[in-house]
Write a protein that binds this ligand. Structure first.
Ligand code: GDP
Length: 369
């Protein structure tokens, strides 16, 4: 009988050693990267790294901000506290529009224009879809090819889970960290569906709505409430056959905006057209944003708005904390499951279920005190 080993070597099932592949990047840089990734950093190291503008450390700090682990949360809060005095000195621009309107193409083109002017630009995203689909329609870096490889640009996809309130808080905290890292222009991108525009509006200095000229002359899918928040509306894809349509939509929209109440900023919202593909209209849009910035900084609205936003965020944060505290309680989790069944079976009303949950939660927290 043949030795067992020889049999195995002859077997068709034997796995051959592959041909060793040359490393695509040097072994030294791989090791360096791995050791940075592995190392646990102290708060000082995080803060120093962020202030130095180290993008790897900034990214890791944002990952802590996004984490739901209590230990990460504490560490993140310490880092944010230390960075706060050095933040706030950027101009924050919200960019919204329905899927397909051309947000990523626009951000790529406007973003390149901004960095070419010598600014440091951070692009953050709030993506309301990600909670349900666990996938992000925003923040995919490949959509912004030139910008994502530019040394003065930092692009961060949307945190991928949690309530809109939670995601929004994380984005606001990421803004502080980016500002401390020297990014003086921040774009916050969101898909124009549902509540997310209001959330973004409450964390930016300038709110830009992207719109498509429709198949007729009408503008597609713009809700009045969103239009009222906009400091500017940009009609995208104004090229080729679409130019005249875009120009007509611009006139129509500019007329419609005249009937809106004046904004407390003293700024009259403007309508522009642009083609991200042909890089047309981009200079004018950036000029308009700079004009706005000058005007609101001179008339005091910039500071007033930031203070009002800070007040608004007390309540948003508090709501988020209360919700989180309630839903993470193991007794409440069990009770929710039970009461959901009762409601499904028609035994009790939703209100009764909610009331019982609330009462139980109130008891639990008083017991803890
Ligand atoms: P988003 O979903 O809002 O981020 O939109 P994208 O930037 O991904 O663009 C959606 C589609 O519109 C893509 O097929 C783009 O090539 C196209 N698009 C974007 N900007 C322009 C533009 O300036 N002109 C034209 N003709 N097409 C554009």
């Amino acid at each position: 009988m043949e030795p067992k080993e020889a049999n195995q070597n002859d077997s068709a099932l034997r796995v051959n050693d592959g041909i060793p592949q040359p490393p695509a990047i040097s072994e030294e840089s791989v090791q360096r990267f791995k050791s940075i990734r592995r190392q646990r950093l102290s708060v000082d190291e995080y803060v120093d790294g962020i202030l130095r503008g180290d993008r790897t450390i900034l990214s890791r700090a944002i990952t802590l901000v996004e984490s739901n682990l209590p230990a990460h949360h504490l560490l993140a809060q310490e880092i944010i506290q230390r960075c706060l005095p050095l933040s706030g000195n950027s101009f924050r621009i919200g960019i919204t529009g329905v899927p397909g309107v051309g947000k990523s193409s626009f951000i790529e083109t406007l973003g390149m224009h901004v960095v070419e002017q010598g600014h440091k630009l951070a692009v953050l995203a709030i993506d309301p879809s990600s909670e349900r689909t666990k996938g992000s329609i925003l923040g995919d870096k490949t959509r912004m090819e030139n910008l994502s490889s530019h040394p003065q640009a930092f692009i961060r996809p949307s945190p991928s889970a949690g309530s809109l309130g939670g995601v929004a808080r994380k984005t606001r905290e990421a803004i502080y960290l980016c500002e401390a890292a020297g990014y003086d222009i921040i774009f916050v991108e969101t898909v124009g569906v549902g509540q997310s525009e209001t959330t973004v509006h409450s964390m930016v200095d300038f709110f830009l709505l992207l719109a498509l000229a429709g198949a007729g002359d009408e503008l597609q899918g713009i809700k009045r409430g969103i239009m009222e928040m906009a400091d500017a509306i940009v009609i995208t894809k104004a090229d080729g056959d679409n130019v005249n349509r875009a120009l007509r939509a611009k006139t129509e929209l500019q007329n419609a905006l005249h009937f809106f109440p004046p904004s407390p900023s003293g700024w009259r919202p403007l309508v522009q057209t642009c083609s991200a593909h042909l890089k047309q209209g981009i200079d004018e849009i950036w000029q308009m944003i700079e004009d706005f910035q000058q005007q609101v900084q001179a008339n005091g609205y910039f500071d007033l708005n930031r203070r009002q936003q800070a007040k608004f965020w007390i309540h948003q944060t508090l709501q988020e904390m209360l919700t989180h505290s309630l839903y993470q309680h193991h007794e409440i989790i069990k009770l929710i499951e039970k009461l959901e069944q009762e409601v499904l079976q028609g035994n009790i009303t939703s209100f009764e279920a909610a009331q019982r949950l609330f009462d139980q939660y109130s008891k639990l927290i008083t017991r803890k005190d």
